[in-house]
Design a protein. Structure first.
Length: 416
């Protein structure tokens, strides 16, 4: 059966992460951060790593610089919370028993919460002190339709809807459906709990304060999909391209690249790829909603030192300042270059297509030179570094959206 790849632009995100072995067999080094799903800008968030007994093993306070530290191999759940964004709850699935310590990097997308609006559902985290002013002691029965939609695709979702009425402390749970027809009493505050397979639980409130009793009111509630993430453990450069093919049908065949968002659903896949083709075509992986891990067997296929190993640094618009995330990447690279003094590196600066091409060329040169200066300051000899600038002439992605343009504001680092 032939391998075939295709690009799909939707909201599931597959993240590839590389590892470097460290001494302890009980902990894993993880660094990463949270970015706005629409703007790709970093967000201050708190991170909690939880075991199977709901015990928090590691917890950090909110910081825009992201998470960085050791995490026990006993973790089974990741909780990420950021003000103004939907909470993230991701189960962690070890596809193989973690027998060695590994080093991962992860970036998660966040979707803004629904803000409190008159007669519209909103997240409970956004609830402010509220007093309903009743103009009359008579409560009105208000017919209402509640529609459940996917927050990214806007498609209907089959879900179980539970309503909690503040006035009489009554709870009603409706059978799984794509919409619910109910009656609300006005005025009242109704709490909502909505659960659907493959989606994160929605906990919200609805302030009911209607007047004409004969109107039928409609509400749309959008659920955040549970992403399927794949973390891979391999030497940098081994897994630049990975192919996944569905077992049995072979209908879904995806090429996964570290700089691309791809659609992927839970299920069993054949997996192969890497620059050195280190994965046997017969290897299988069972991906589940949440964070999945996979370790490549490199014993039979050592890394080819003649193949360039490339990484990417990203920059803010019109800036050549090296971010905290980029510094962490460079520090790892410096460690590798100091350990292997015969290797050289090529640094290529790039920009998006916005603005004057000549100014873009200058900006790309500044980005490359700033990166070079960082390496030299930390002990890398200048003669080991080659610098080039491409301006906006070599985009990695079409410059047709802000999300794509942000990925073109970059420096390519190729280790030879």
């Amino acid at each position: 059966m032939r391998w075939k790849s295709r690009l799909i632009r939707i909201g599931w995100l597959v993240i590839l992460m590389w590892s470097i072995r460290i001494a302890s067999a009980q902990v894993i080094w993880i660094s990463g951060g949270l970015v706005d799903y629409h703007t790709n800008q970093p967000i201050a968030a708190s991170w909690q790593w939880v075991d199977s007994t709901e015990h928090t093993l590691v917890k950090t306070t909110a910081s825009a610089s992201g998470f960085q530290g050791y995490v026990s191999a006993q973790v089974r759940l990741l909780r990420v919370d950021a003000a103004g964004y939907r909470p993230i709850r991701l189960p962690i699935h070890w596809n193989q028993s973690p027998t060695d310590s590994m080093r991962f990097r992860v970036m998660l997308p966040a979707v803004p919460v629904d803000k409190p609006t008159a007669d519209q559902p909103y997240f409970q985290s956004e609830q402010k002190p509220l007093q309903l002013i009743e103009k009359t002691s008579i409560r009105r029965s208000v017919p209402a339709n509640i529609y459940i939609l996917d927050a990214l695709t806007n498609q209907p979702v089959w879900a179980e809807v539970s309503l909690f009425f503040t006035h009489d402390h009554q709870k009603i749970t409706y059978p799984v459906s794509k919409s619910v027809r109910t009656k609300l009493l006005s005025p009242d505050i109704v709490a909502l709990e909505i659960r659907a397979a493959g989606y994160q639980t929605y906990l919200g409130n609805l302030v009911v304060n209607h007047s004409p009793a004969d109107d039928v009111f409609s509400y749309e509630i959008r659920l955040n999909p549970m992403p399927t993430l794949l973390m891979t453990s391999a030497l940098r450069g081994d897994t630049d391209d990975i192919m996944l093919k569905t077992i049995g049908t072979g209908k879904q065949s995806l090429a996964i690249n570290t700089r691309t968002n791809w659609a992927i659903k839970p299920g069993k896949y054949q997996i192969r790829g890497g620059l050195q083709k280190v994965i046997d075509q017969g290897d299988t992986i069972d991906l589940k909603a949440g964070i999945n891990t996979y370790e490549f067997d490199r014993k039979s296929s050592p890394v080819n030192r003649n193949t360039p190993q490339c990484d990417v640094l990203y920059f803010a618009q019109s800036s050549y300042e090296i971010s905290t995330t980029a510094r962490n990447q460079l520090d790892e690279l410096i460690t590798k270059m100091l350990r292997e003094p015969d290797r050289t590196i090529q640094i290529i600066g790039h920009t998006d297509s916005v603005g004057n091409p000549e100014l873009n060329l200058t900006l790309s040169e500044f980005r490359a030179k700033a990166t070079r200066a960082y390496l030299i300051q930390r002990g890398i000899r200048p003669e080991r570094i080659d610098v080039d600038a491409a301006g906006d002439q070599r985009p990695a992605f079409p410059n047709d959206s802000e999300s794509s343009r942000s990925r073109n504001r970059r420096v390519d680092l190729c280790l030879n």
